[in-house]
Design a protein around this ligand. Structure first.
Ligand SMILES: *[C@@H]1O[C@H](CO)[C@@H](O)[C@H](O)[C@H]1NC(C)=O
Ligand SMILES: *[C@@H]1O[C@H](CO)[C@@H](O)[C@H](O)[C@H]1NC(C)=O
Ligand SMILES: *[C@@H]1O[C@H](CO)[C@@H](O)[C@H](O)[C@H]1NC(C)=O
Ligand SMILES: *[C@@H]1O[C@H](CO)[C@@H](O)[C@H](O)[C@H]1NC(C)=O
Ligand SMILES: *[C@@H]1O[C@H](CO)[C@@H](O)[C@H](O)[C@H]1NC(C)=O
Ligand SMILES: *[C@@H]1O[C@H](CO)[C@@H](O)[C@H](O)[C@H]1NC(C)=O
Ligand SMILES: *[C@@H]1O[C@H](CO)[C@@H](O)[C@H](O)[C@H]1NC(C)=O
Ligand SMILES: *[C@@H]1O[C@H](CO)[C@@H](O)[C@H](O)[C@H]1NC(C)=O
Ligand SMILES: *[C@@H]1O[C@H](CO)[C@@H](O)[C@H](O)[C@H]1NC(C)=O
Ligand SMILES: *[C@@H]1O[C@H](CO)[C@@H](O)[C@H](O)[C@H]1NC(C)=O
Length: 430
């Protein structure tokens, strides 16, 4: 399972790395200065402060938190009050971020600039080159005592008897990091008072890290878009001319882990197949043609795509949703997520909003056979642009900033409770 996840993840990373070579991506960010960053980025930075489970004291913070006005409604940090303070960062000493264990055994965490065990990565690779002088990322454990942040990936081994832990000092932040759901995590009861901050996809993390980064979109009405220093031409038209004649069938899925017969996903698909044609692509289904991206292939030939998460855990959403949102197909979602945080209600079909699979199928038939109705699912995209505005590891940019700007001490007393408090539905795996 871990290996499987790693594969998915690494291919995502490779994709981004390739993209970085494209000048469009590079130009976007390299051209931003730190002052621009203050104007542009802070208002859209994705950091969230939670006062409940993480024992944060809101009143002692100078940040103003809210959700972005446009989709996706991510938790962001509005930092207008502290703009002055932010600009002063230019002259501050670098914060050291230590990657204290591997990322699925990858010591470099897929960062190209970290070539070996005693190297440093740079912030450009994370799409925040304007922070190159503010932070340094390293996996050199000999620099433990210098580190301002010590980042642990929770899917990798953590040696609790490690000598270096004896030298932990109170100003360091230990970071609990996971891009994956709690399903395969370890028991965390022995980690009481160990971590200071969290960096996960959960909306109440200190540093928010979402698979949204895999296929990002921004509203053209947003200030962010208006502030772009050049005229942006949308490369892909995602709403006009949706071909409502799809040749191959009604519903398709792309599943990389073979389905176990008893899993919720299998049961749903089996049930759905009683009423409507469903084609499963992927390792245990039909092979995709090699010549074309499988999702694109499906999107052009089917009406609906099953974006079913393999873990039914609070807030857990992956590329299963985001890669579909960018394509001319309507996602049918199933996950323990408030999807309207990411896309409007008019953009997707949620299995859970139907009393039965047969009712769901009736609706699918209705949508499929009414061209106008089908096209309505794409209307919202008119006001959005798609591009790689982020890199999957970009939360490290937020971490860098927060290390500079948030002086409030914080100890996570009960990480086990926070991570597991809403148990994942055990039936839904695969
Ligand atoms: C929060 O922090 C402020 C300033 O440090 C302090 O005055 C206040 O008592 C704290 N509140 C709680 C509930 O701990
Ligand atoms: C940074 O330092 C330089 C040289 O010491 C100084 O001239 C400049 O005003 C400083 N900038 C800020 C934003 O503090
Ligand atoms: C940062 O790393 C990238 C990727 O290795 C490299 O191309 C770039 O030159 C580096 N930039 C700096 C400022 O070190
Ligand atoms: C790691 O990379 C640095 C800089 O590229 C180089 O100086 C050093 O010799 C390398 N170390 C090893 C063990 O390869
Ligand atoms: C954990 O750290 C201790 C102390 O440094 C060391 O002796 C031990 O070999 C480490 N265990 C593993 C599995 O790396
Ligand atoms: C961000 O906030 C600053 C300060 O209030 C403001 O001048 C700027 O226009 C805002 N930028 C965006 C993109 O909203
Ligand atoms: C839509 O797709 C169908 C089936 O692939 C094709 O025959 C038709 O020409 C396409 N229509 C348009 C307007 O592209
Ligand atoms: C879901 O998210 C939307 C957008 O942020 C919000 O308006 C709505 O209240 C949320 N619904 C629930 C049930 O939390
Ligand atoms: C098709 O859908 C549109 C938009 O919802 C609706 O106004 C129209 O009545 C529907 N047509 C039929 C034949 O059901
Ligand atoms: C981080 O947590 C440790 C362990 O509970 C604590 O000793 C330390 O003061 C905390 N550091 C910060 C900066 O909050």
């Amino acid at each position: 399972m871990a290996v499987q996840h790693r594969h998915n993840y690494c291919s995502v990373i490779k994709y981004f790395t390739t993209c970085m070579i494209l000048s469009i991506c590079a130009l976007f960010y390299v051209s931003l200065t730190i002052e621009n960053y203050a104007l542009n980025y802070f208002n859209f930075s994705m950091i969230k402060y939670d006062d409940k489970l993480l024992f944060l004291n809101q009143s002692s913070l100078t940040y103003h938190m809210e959700q972005t006005e446009f989709y996706p409604h991510l938790p962001i940090q509005i930092y207008t009050k502290n703009r002055e303070k932010f600009i002063k960062l230019r002259n501050k000493t670098k914060k050291i971020i230590l990657l204290a264990n591997g990322f699925f055994d990858d010591e470099t965490w897929s960062m190209k600039s970290i070539k070996n065990k005693t190297n440093s990565g740079n912030m450009s690779e994370l799409y925040c080159s304007f922070l190159n002088n503010q932070c340094e990322i390293t996996n050199d454990r000999n620099r433990f005592t210098q580190a301002d942040a010590v980042v642990y990936h929770m899917r990798n081994y953590i040696n609790r008897s490690d000598e270096i832990l004896k030298y932990r000092h109170p100003s360091q932040r230990f970071i609990f990091t996971s891009w994956e759901s709690p399903r395969h995590s370890i028991d965390l009861r022995s980690y009481r008072n160990f971590f200071n901050w969290t960096m996960t996809y959960k909306f109440d993390s200190h540093i928010f890290a979402s698979y949204y980064a895999s296929d990002t979109y921004r509203s053209k009405d947003s200030q962010w878009f208006k502030n772009l220093p050049y005229n942006y031409e949308q490369k892909t038209v995602l709403y006009e001319n949706i071909n409502t004649t799809k040749k191959l069938g009604t519903v398709a899925a792309l599943i990389s882990n073979c389905l176990t017969p008893e899993s919720q996903r299998t049961l749903l698909i089996t049930e759905l197949k009683k009423y409507v044609d469903v084609t499963v692509y992927g390792k245990c289904g039909k092979p995709c043609p090699n010549s074309i991206d499988c999702r694109t292939y499906i999107a052009e030939r089917y009406y609906f795509f099953l974006s079913f998460e393999n873990s039914y855990c609070e807030d857990y959403t992956t590329e299963k949703l985001f890669s579909t949102v960018a394509l001319p197909i309507v996602p049918i979602v199933f996950g323990k997520v408030n999807y309207t945080r990411y896309i409007p209600q008019s953009a997707f079909i949620n299995v859970q909003q139907f009393p039965s699979i047969s009712k769901l199928s009736e609706r699918l038939y209705q949508i499929r056979t009414n061209r106008t109705l089908y096209q309505e699912y794409f209307q919202w995209k008119k006001n959005f642009i798609w591009d790689r505005f982020l890199q999957f590891m970009s939360p490290f940019c937020d971490l860098c900033l927060r290390l500079h700007l948030d002086k409030t001490p914080n100890i996570i007393h009960n990480i086990h409770k926070w991570w597991y408090h809403e148990k994942c539905d055990p039936e839904v795996q695969n």
